[in-house]
Ligand binder design. Structure first.
Ligand SMILES: Cc1ncc(COP(=O)(O)O)c(C=O)c1O
Length: 386
């Protein structure tokens, strides 16, 4: 048996194989088949939404969602500086420009006070649109991302955008199963996006979904993700669409995963508490925990280093790697990447602080208490005598 502890790997212990076998046996492996519809319906029911549109991955879901709310070439979209690169890539696929916002420690997501500050000081409302005074461009949308599962403080964010004609899309790719003041992540704005990438809380190997309560947006999301076809028989299409649909065999996998989601969320939350108890006595270290307005799915666990902790994140990566334990620094800031280095970024000092002091530690849903103890023993050894 391997003694390697991975960061986060799929748990396929439910009906996944049975449902995939059914799809293969019946020949429904490609872009049509009953499992896609069933997966969409069951996800919508789980979230309490009328519509969920399956697509090939979370990035495709984000791209189409931006088009749905009317993002056009040369528009601007507000997005966090601290995120996975796909959030920004989706904006560039629309030939729009990301404007980077800071994060806050409470959620590790967008700092809504600073967002207000930016909107008050740097923008003007002109002819029904919010315009960035520095660039003269229209700010069409905002893409808050629920970092590692923890929801952004959405109510004040939605309030800020309401009177400014800024459309809100939730990048909920990491937060399926999380909630904010009792409402599920992904259902808080007019459009939400999910990912079922291999490391997410549930996986279809690769997959995503667009979530909305608006029938017209849902119809258009389906249309755009299925090559904008207008006739069931003839090859007639009315605009440039995308082949972004989810294939049936993967939706079958997703159905097996979705059945286990509540159990996965419970396990993630229970294991986080176990970690937090063990880390609490260690000098200079804490586990990130949700603020009281949010219930996180704790998709990835974050170990936070005090500012004066004597070892860097890179030192810790080396120590864990020598112990055959996979850990990861959080994402590099978007404006440190070559393609986004020239983006306008509004005082992103907290994002930088989070980046420098956060390490993601193993959190698969089937991780054992003994494995968690082994992870923490590396930290106990390192902090002895501090
Ligand atoms: C914050 C964020 N946005 C977007 C994505 C893109 O999802 P996908 O990998 O399914 O394209 C991911 C996950 O990979 C993510 O973590």
């Amino acid at each position: 048996m391997s003694d390697f502890i991975p960061l986060s790997i799929p748990n396929l212990s439910g009906n996944e194989l049975a449902y995939v076998t059914e799809a293969v046996r019946d020949g429904w492996v490609s872009s049509v088949g009953p499992h896609v519809q069933k997966f969409e319906k069951e996800m919508a029911d789980y979230l309490g939404l009328p519509f969920a549109i399956a697509c090939m991955n979370g990035t495709a879901a984000l791209h189409v969602s931006l088009l749905l709310v009317g993002v056009q070439p040369d528009d601007e979209v507000l997005a966090p500086n601290l995120t996975f690169v796909a959030t920004l890539n989706a904006i560039r696929y629309c030939f729009a420009h990301p404007v980077l916002m800071d994060s806050e420690w409470r959620t590790m997501g967008m700092d809504v006070d600073k967002l207000k500050d930016f909107l008050d000081r740097e923008t003007k409302f002109i002819k029904g649109n919010t315009v960035n005074q520095k660039t003269g461009r229209v700010i069409r949308a905002i893409l808050p991302m629920h970092t590692l599962g923890c929801p952004v403080d959405m109510d004040p964010l939605l309030e800020l955008c309401k009177n400014r004609n800024i459309r809100v899309i939730e990048d909920a790719t990491e937060s399926l199963g999380s909630s904010y003041r009792g409402r599920k992540a992904g259902t808080l704005a007019e459009v939400g996006c999910l990912s079922f990438n291999g490391n997410k809380i549930i996986t279809t190997g690769g997959g995503g979904m667009i979530l909305t309560a608006d029938p017209e947006l849902a119809r258009r999301a389906k249309h755009l993700t299925t090559t904008a076809k207008t006739d069931p028989v003839e090859y007639l299409h009315d605009e440039v669409g995308y082949n972004y649909r989810m294939v049936n065999v993967l939706a079958a996998l997703g159905l097996g995963q979705l059945e286990q989601l509540p159990d996965f969320v419970n396990k993630k939350r229970t294991n986080l508490k176990h970690y937090a108890r063990l880390v609490e006595p260690l000098p200079g270290l804490t586990m990130f925990v949700e603020p009281d307005f949010a219930e996180s799915n704790y998709w990835l666990y974050s170990l936070i280093l005090d500012r004066n902790f004597p070892f860097s994140i890179r030192d810790l990566v080396q120590q864990f790697s020598a112990a055959r334990i996979q850990v990861r620094p959080i994402w590099a800031l978007m404006n440190s990447l070559p393609m986004y280095k020239d983006c306008q970024a509004y005082y992103c000092d907290t994002s930088l602080d989070i980046y420098r002091r956060t390490l993601n530690v193993p959190c698969s849903t089937h991780i054992t208490e003994q494995e968690i103890d082994r992870v923490v023993s590396v930290l106990q050894r390192l902090t002895r005598g501090l």
